[in-house]
Design a protein around this ligand. Structure first.
Ligand SMILES: Cc1ncc(C[n+]2csc(CCOP(=O)(O)OP(=O)(O)O)c2C)c(N)n1
Ligand SMILES: [Mg+2]
Length: 549
């Protein structure tokens, strides 16, 4: 009888599930499993730090709407994944992580790189397990992938001990699940009676607002929600990660009137998003205290724990929005909200010249908002834009619009610095034909700067733009501990890695440098534009905590 090894089973299972890309750093005991997968045509992208592997897998998931896979070698390799995995947990993104591990037979004997990796991963994943028997590898991998996308998405971890990977089993003993179904998602419907209740509340409202998040994107519900907004005339605001449901130059998008809409709404239709600090936990005065609240969420626990709630519909965001459209899209008279839209549009109009003026400043050193204007005017309409940092993130959020779902990624709900470069790698691997631009703070760039090397080696031509304000955050009084980093020539670092690199100090030089970067990446290598910006420029934004940086 023929036998098969655990390593071969890993490669074969991934292929049958339809995995096409993963991110990793080599090492024992995963090397033979990696070889098996890559020999079957799956693209392995070897990165320079395992946290970057998890972050790249995360971006890959956000861009493709499929789980992203990352792998680490035993011990430190796997432990290094944790920041990226925790980030995916707080961001509710389907990342599947595999960790090679020391042999089960030697647990407790002081064997090489032994540490309880499952225990480490438990609190940063929605599911973490170990494979104990070689013949169960396909079944356990299938479960891991399924769990990552079941209900609210999130990261999962599977421990692969060396004796399980290098074990040989009779082929007939292997338990093969139907892997063609692994990535199928359940799309539960909402209760029609509750949908009716929600419609009645919406019909009675005069200042309704849709608040939506990534749940809409994971459920492939952006089209349905856009249609709903267009048919009913309800204004919409998304979380930073859920942007692009509606092109942000759409007549129903009033980006600059956000705080007024939040304060004055009389109904919030909350679709596919948690009510965490991003929407101020729905607390007044930031959020209207009198607004009725309708929620649509895949997670009953989320609805159960809602800070305020009038109607809670448990179901898949896209499915429920389609039900809402069928039941009442036309019934809700869009004209009813014309005054409300007019009010928000007037605020939007009044703020725009002010904003354009702030963005056009010729001051030197370059104001980050001017950098944002140059990036906004330069990028393709369907570019994937990744933004990481603090000041540059806040300035960019307010000033650079997004036109398509799954085209905007940032430091996310966990506020993790260092995601930018790896997420650029993951996004470009997922969408090689799209322009991928990473707008980075200089500090956050440093955390995973060597991913520029990954991008270069793997011919992933991202355009990296750095806001070089000489340190972490703005520091007008130069008083923050450990803030100063100096003005590092990241452009020279880029050149040394075989990339195009330029430094810019004058506002009028930004655009030509970006155009040269665009031209340079035609050779398949990334480009980096290092833009010296004003260290005193502090973005004014909602403070999420009293002790924020
Ligand atoms: C991994 C991680 N470490 C530290 C922090 C704390 N932190 C929040 S913002 C920030 C500074 C970001 O600076 P930079 O990337 O240079 O962007 P800038 O604000 O200067 O535009 C830091 C260190 C964090 N959020 N994440
Ligand atoms: Mg900085």
């Amino acid at each position: 009888m023929a036998t098969i090894s655990g390593n071969e089973l890993v490669g074969e299972t991934l292929k049958r599930i339809g995995v096409d890309t993963f991110f990793f750093i080599m090492g024992g005991p995963i090397n033979d499993a990696l070889t098996s997968a890559m020999k079957k045509g799956i693209r392995g992208i070897d990165v320079r730090h395992e946290q970057a592997a998890a972050m790249a897998a995360h971006a890959y998931a956000r861009v493709t709407n499929k789980p992203g896979l990352c792998l680490g070698a035993s011990g430190p390799g796997t432990i290094n994944l944790t920041t990226g995995i925790a980030h995916a947990l707080i961001d509710c993104s389907p990342v599947v992580a595999f960790g090679g591990a020391s042999p089960i037979r030697e647990f407790g004997t002081g064997t090489f790189q032994e540490i309880d990796q499952v225990a480490v991963m438990k609190p940063v994943t929605k599911w973490a397990e170990r494979v104990y028997e070689t013949h169960r590898i396909p079944e356990m991998i299938d479960t891991a992938f399924r769990r990552s996308i079941a209900g609210k998405p999130g990261p999962v971890y599977l421990d692969l001990p060396s004796d399980v990977l290098y074990g040989e089993v009779e082929e007939s003993a292997v338990k093969w699940p139907d892997l063609s179904r692994t990535l199928l998602r359940s799309k539960p419907q909402g209760d029609p009676a509750l949908i009716e209740e929600a419609l009645k509340l919406i019909e009675k409202s005069s200042r309704p607002v849709v608040l939506s998040g990534s749940g809409v994107l994971w459920s492939d519900g952006a089209d349905a929600l856009r249609k709903w907004v267009e048919e009913t005339g309800m204004p919409i605001y998304t979380t930073p990660q859920g942007r692009g449901v509606l092109p942000e130059d759409h007549p129903h998008a009033f980006l600059n009137a956000r705080s007024t809409a939040m304060k004055e709404a009389d109904l919030f239709l909350v679709v596919g998003t948690r009510l965490n600090y991003v929407f101020g936990q729905l607390k007044p005065p930031r959020m209207s205290g009198t607004a009725r609240v309708v929620r649509i969420d895949i997670d009953p626990a989320e609805i159960g724990a809602s800070p305020r709630l009038d109607v809670g519909i448990v179901g898949d965001a896209g499915t429920v929005m389609r039900q809402m459209l069928a039941a009442g899209g036309k019934r809700v008279d869009g004209g009813r909200f014309a005054d409300w839209r007019g009010h928000l549009a007037a605020i939007e109009e009044s703020k725009r010249p002010e904003q354009e003026k702030a963005m056009s400043t010729d001051k030197m050193p370059i104001h980050p908002l001017r950098l944002c204007k140059e990036v906004r005017d330069f990028i393709d309409r369907d570019a994937i834009l990744v933004v990481d940092g603090q000041e540059i993130l806040n300035y960019g959020r307010q000033s650079i619009p997004t036109y398509f779902p799954r085209h905007r990624i940032n430091s996310g709900t966990f506020g993790t610095m260092g995601v930018g470069m790896p997420m650029g790698v993951g996004a470009k691997a997922a969408q090689p034909d799209k322009q991928v631009v990473v707008l980075h703070g200089d500090g956050s760039f440093g955390l995973n700067a060597m991913e520029l090397d990954t991008a270069a080696r793997h011919n992933l031509p991202v355009i990296v733009v750095i806001s070089l304000n000489g340190g972490w955050t703005a520091d007008p009084k130069r008083e923050k501990p450990g803030r100063e980093l100096g003005y590092t020539r990241y452009d020279l670092m880029a050149k040394s890695l075989g990339c195009h690199g330029e430094q810019v100090e004058k506002p009028e030089d930004i655009r030509p440098a970006l155009e040269r970067a665009k031209n340079a990446i035609k050779n398949g290598k990334p480009a980096l534009v290092n833009v010296v910006t004003d260290f005193t420029a502090r973005a004014v934004t909602v403070r999420f905590t009293k002790t924020a940086t």
